[in-house]
Design a protein around this ligand. Sequence first.
Ligand code: ZN
Length: 110
Amino acid sequence: MEESKKLELKEKILERSIEVGSRILDLEELTKPISPDKGLGRLTRLEALQDKNVNQAALERLKDEQIRLQNALANILLPSFGVCQGCNNDINFERLEAMPASTLCTECAQ
Ligand SMILES: [Zn+2]
């Protein structure tokens, strides 16, 4: 992959990392333990717990993505960056732009 394209991706990775980082902070706030006496307004406690589970799942996914973004950032200057770990073909640039942390090409990811 050309250096200029790598730089372009690096920008995208950094942008995405910031976005993911702030989403994680929000979700960590939303997934704090719910105290039994907390006034929940219209929400019942059960609904609050269901929301918490949904947020918890989203939080896990984002934390996973954050790790993959950090790995991508650490590896971006290596010649192997952008090469599919499944088939050794180059990963489509549009795919990397959309999902800079991907280590598999479109076909191998299926
Ligand atoms: Zn592949």
